[in-house]
Write a protein that binds this ligand. Structure first.
Ligand code: PBG
Length: 326
């Protein structure tokens, strides 16, 4: 009998050995929890296609953020459901808009919470596109101005970081310039650098009521078939001054996370999106998979692929498990 020279099983024989050689760690510092903010008072509505995720009114945010902090989650990203919408998405940069109020409320109640804001117009436009429409098309350069105003209004309300998700060309440079001009040079930009035109956003569009009323997002979000183009998108955002590069969705695009990790030195974020969350929840509800184990394996795998941080609707569930384990 010929013995193999190297037996990988030697280092797997106990939890302690396995712990010793574990290459990737997941901890709650790396998790960012998305919050959907709605008008009204004392409101907390579960999103039907995202069990366990709620739309909450501004007055509930203090408690929500306190709960997150207690679990060890130190960052949230905000999405707003405005009272009214219009063609130009003006609600996005209203000083008293839903997000601006939400930021002030969180900073007032839990100043230590890191507040990231999604900068996009689709929740604020009546047509549901991420920019304004001119001649039946999303007009890039007109939209840039509105995005810059929006990012600036978030910073003025007290946001710690802005995250443009619109996929217009040149938005990072435009936002950087607007922030710098108003002395917000210390506010970083987390760019949704590589955002695909994905069917995995379905539940989010229900949650935030932001489906396009005509056409689709393929003229601005990326084609899922492309990988080299992702490197060009990321290069542009680096040159324009992005501080963090995001890949979205996450699981079907782990090759992109990994490529970005190899080719860029900036921190990388992965957005584990609504559809990815919903699929795990649904299969777990049916008893077909162990939801907690699949959640952890998924998030750990995103870290292994190269993500430094993960935006996930699982943040609280995962943080709870990590806390109990300690
Ligand atoms: C706004 C935005 C979307 C998501 C985050 N920001 C929707 C979209 O682009 O259609 C999706 C997040 C998710 O699915 O969890 N543009």
């Amino acid at each position: 009998m010929v013995f193999p020279e190297y037996r990988p099983r030697r280092m797997r024989q106990s939890a302690t050995f396995r712990g010793l050689i574990r290459e990737t760690q997941l901890n709650s510092d790396q998790l960012i929890y998305p919050l959907f903010v709605m008008p009204g008072k004392n409101k907390c509505e579960e999103i039907s296609s995202m069990p366990g995720v709620f739309r909450v009114s501004v007055d509930m945010l203090g408690q929500e953020c306190r709960d997150c902090l207690d679990l060890g989650i130190k960052s949230v990203i905000l999405f707003g459901l405005p009272e009214t919408k219009d063609a130009m998405g003006t609600g996005a940069h209203d000083k008293n808009g839903i997000i601006q109020k939400a930021i002030r409320e969180i900073k007032n109640k839990t100043p230590e919470m890191l507040v990231i804001t999604d900068v996009c117009l689709c929740e604020y436009t009546d047509h549901g596109h991420c920019g304004c429409i001119i001649d039946n098309d999303v007009d890039n350069d007109t939209t840039l101005e509105i995005l810059a105003k929006t990012a600036l209004s978030h910073a003025q309300a007290g946001a710690d970081m802005v995250a443009p998700s619109d996929m217009m060309d040149g938005r990072v440079a435009e936002i950087r310039a607007a922030l710098d001009e108003h002395n917000f040079d210390s506010i970083p930009i987390m760019s949704y650098a590589v955002k695909y035109a994905s069917a995995f956003y379905g539940p989010f569009r229900d949650a935030a009521d932001c489906s396009p009323q005509f056409g689709d997002r393929k003229t601005y979000q990326m084609d899922p078939a492309n990988s080299r183009e992702a490197m060009r998108e990321a290069t542009l955002d680096v040159d324009e001054g992005a501080d963090i590069l995001m890949v979205k969705p996450a699981v079907a695009y782990m090759d992109i996370i990994s490529r970005l990790r190899d080719e860029f030195d900036l921190p990388i974020a992965a957005y584990h999106v609504s559809g990815e969350y919903a699929m795990i929840k649904a299969a777990a509800e049916k008893g077909w998979i162990d939801g907690d184990k699949v959640m952890e394996e998924t998030l750990l795998s995103l870290r292994r692929a190269g993500a430094d941080m993960i935006i996930t609707y699982f943040a609280k569930d995962m943080a709870k498990i990590l806390k109990e384990r300690r």
